[in-house]
Design a protein around this ligand. Structure first.
Ligand SMILES: Cc1ncc(COP(=O)(O)O)c(C=O)c1O
Length: 367
């Protein structure tokens, strides 16, 4: 049996989507059209936020949120070291220094360690909702409030995820989403979305994404070109209509893995669960013993797997300048050696999930 990590051809072979795109092409309306506004309104609604803005990537959503909050050279932004590099990259692009805080067993920033990382140069806190599970936002928000710091959510992996009934993107000053093809809500290329409840931040990012233009002819400040294309908004609106089903299927696949792999501890450790969380499983990450051998075995049996991410950001080359070394964030580093991402996408059939679990069980049984 073949178990691909993703199945984009099945998702994008949708005649309804093709005719919507054809109509958009025929209309020759490409930039900042009503489709973008419709997608933004629907996205804001989905997240339970007052506003949403379509941007050209999740990375830009973080970068522009930080810029709008006045983050710049000399400032520090606190984040997690186990994210995709874009999180720290966007902080650096804003001219600030990423300050890392180790993560907990749920792969998210450990709020216990947060206060010690706050200095007089701290300008914002940037938790990442990794794997599609919210970071501990109630505690992070409380600490941030005590220190008068804004929180920007890296919600790139967490569209529609909830904690205590409140969705990703509705907690902090801004929520930053990726619409990259690998994401649960994806477009046909790069794309991003920023959510906020703050009318001033909304107005600032709206201008920042479009050259700082106040209107067609007047520029308020120098900005950027970070607009979501109308064609991508058409794709996004289409996918949004399917998100409930996509999410339900991913959650069902994750639940089946939990059930089938739960007994294999300590060789296989399934993702931590918490009844207060609604997890959307952008990734289904297990921790395993003898990872490389297991990956090889799975590949031989037709099963794709990935590692998100094998080298923590603080150990990447650009962070040498920040003075980081191995041992700085032991929980994250230990997880980086053990984590393995299994296919969990919406097109997987239960028989495929059973096959993957069976192959893993077999690998450890044979030993
Ligand atoms: C946690 C995280 N942050 C930021 C990003 C950046 O998003 P994008 O690729 O849309 O720029 C991604 C996705 O790639 C991500 O997974």
């Amino acid at each position: 049996m073949r178990v691909p990590y993703l199945d984009l051809p099945s998702q994008f072979a949708d005649p309804e989507l093709h005719s919507a795109l054809q109509a958009q092409l025929a209309a020759c309306s490409f930039v900042l059209g009503p489709e973008v506004e419709r997608f933004e309104a629907a996205f804001a609604d989905l997240c339970g936020a007052a506003y949403a803005l379509g941007l050209n990537s999740g990375t830009d959503a973080i970068f522009l949120a930080l810029r709008a909050l006045g983050v710049g050279p000399g400032d520090e932004v606190i984040t997690a070291p186990n994210s995709f590099v874009a999180t720290a990259g966007a902080i650096a692009a804003a001219g600030a220094r990423p300050v890392f805080v180790d993560v907990g067993p749920d792969y998210n920033l450990d709020p216990e360690l947060l206060p010690a990382a706050i200095t007089s140069r701290s300008k914002a806190i940037l938790p990442v909702h990794l794997t599609g599970k919210l970071a501990d936002m109630p505690r992070i928000m409380e600490i941030a409030k005590r220190h008068g710091l804004p929180v920007v959510e890296d919600a790139a992996q967490a569209v529609r995820a909830e904690l205590q009934g409140r969705r990703a993107g509705a907690w902090g000053a801004a929520g930053c989403f990726s619409l990259h093809p690998l994401k649960n809500l994806n477009v046909a290329g790069d794309g991003g979305m920023l959510t906020t409840n703050d009318p001033e931040l909304y107005a600032a990012v709206k201008k920042l994404r479009n050259h700082g233009l106040r209107n067609r002819d007047e520029v308020e400040f120098f900005g950027f070109n970070s607009r979501l294309d109308n064609l991508q908004a058409v794709v996004g609106l289409h996918q949004l209509g399917k998100l409930e089903e996509v999410t339900a299927r991913r959650r069902a696949n994750a639940a089946l893995y939990d059930q089938l792999l739960g007994d294999l501890a300590p060789q296989v450790v399934v993702p931590p669960r918490d009844p207060e969380h609604f997890q959307v499983f952008h990734t289904y990450v297990v921790q395993v013993e003898r990872r490389e051998e297991l990956r090889e075995h799975l590949a031989q049996q037709g099963v794709d797997s990935k590692i998100h991410y094998p080298i923590p950001i603080h150990l990447q080359r650009p962070c040498r300048e920040l003075g980081h070394q191995e041992g700085d964030f032991p929980v994250c580093e230990n997880q980086a050696c053990r984590i393995l991402t299994l296919p969990v996408h919406q097109h997987l059939r239960p028989a495929q999930v059973r096959y993957v679990a069976d192959q893993i069980a077999r690998f450890y049984r044979v030993g």
